[in-house]
Design a protein around this ligand. Structure first.
Ligand code: MG
Length: 299
């Protein structure tokens, strides 16, 4: 097995051929609402080197516009069109699969903006007897996870709607304490339906596919080129993240490279576990933080 020191020492060689990046947010650019040291300069260096990157996050409680605003208040300038989120991936996926057909989206109002222009059933419309939806999409709905709305989702699923979940996170940490996350509601509906939801956030293939598509669009727009010449192969894109399963394993399964940074929640214990479990393996590279990854790419 590849030893961890070699994963860290050969960073430049291990990143050879990488032409685009997906960057996780928590643990890579920010940690507990504070900027990670050097993150702003790292993004500036990527811009200067014309290396396209996207913020790639499972956030689904707000839309990308609000997320971009929140990041700018924290000191990071990342426009909404340079973000791929579990919510935006769900909107893009359902837009392709169910174009022009009504869908029921159980998500907080801000994230609903990702579905602007789409035919969305209101809670009341969806609860009407005989209502039909092409898909039920579940995200971070917060206070909208009422018994009535969850029952509505179940009824529509029973009526043949496809089941889409933005992610299946169990819980999350808020200023008010530990909160039950939307994954628990997804699990409840899966239990009732005896059917799995299709997940659009990390670590799903849908998510990384959407990231690649947006990076391709950025490359095409930047160079003025169009068509296949501008396209990135999955292996030319590295996902930089602090979660060995959602970020690293998910990216590798989708054919991207997984670059683990130690600036977030996982460390040696998780590295060893991820490398030794069935179907697992080491990341393609390991670095202390985003700073070293960008230095290796641009230096
Ligand atoms: Mg993270």
């Amino acid at each position: 097995m590849t030893t961890l020191p070699s994963l860290e020492s050969d960073l430049r060689r291990r990143l050879t051929g990488v032409r685009g990046l997906l960057l996780d947010m928590d643990g890579v650019l920010v940690l507990r609402n504070a900027l990670i040291a050097g993150a702003v300069e790292a993004l500036a260096a990527l811009d200067a080197a014309s290396i396209p990157y996207l913020l790639a996050t499972n956030t689904s409680i707000v839309g990308r516009g609000t997320l971009s605003l929140e990041l700018s208040r924290a000191g990071l300038s990342i426009p909404a069109d340079r973000i791929v989120s579990a919510a935006s991936a769900a909107a893009a996926y359902t837009g392709r699969q169910f174009a022009g057909r009504p869908i029921y989206v159980l998500v907080a109002p801000d994230a609903r903006a990702e579905f602007d222009g789409r035919l969305l059933l209101s809670h009341d419309e969806a609860a009407q007897p005989g209502a039909r939806a092409a898909a039920v999409v579940v995200g971070d709905a917060g206070d909208e996870f009422t018994p009535r709305n969850v029952q509505t989702a179940f009824t529509l699923l029973r009526g043949g709607a496809r089941f889409v979940a933005m992610h299946k996170n169990r819980w999350w940490l808020t200023p008010a304490g530990v909160m039950l996350d939307s994954g628990a509601y997804v699990a409840a509906l899966e239990f009732g339906m005896q059917r799995r939801a299709l997940v659009t956030g990390k670590p799903s293939r849908v998510f990384f596919g959407e990231g690649l598509r947006l990076l391709d669009a950025m490359l095409g727009a930047g160079s003025g080129a169009a068509g296949p010449a501008a396209r990135l192969a999955p292996a030319e894109v590295a996902m930089v993240g602090d979660d060995l399963w959602n970020d690293i394993r998910g990216a590798q399964k989708a054919g991207l490279r997984g670059v683990f940074v130690r600036s977030g929640k996982h460390g040696d214990v998780e590295l060893t576990r991820a490398a030794s479990e069935r179907g697992g393996g080491p990341p393609d590279a390991v670095a202390p933080s985003i700073v070293e990854v960008v230095a290796a790419l641009t230096g």
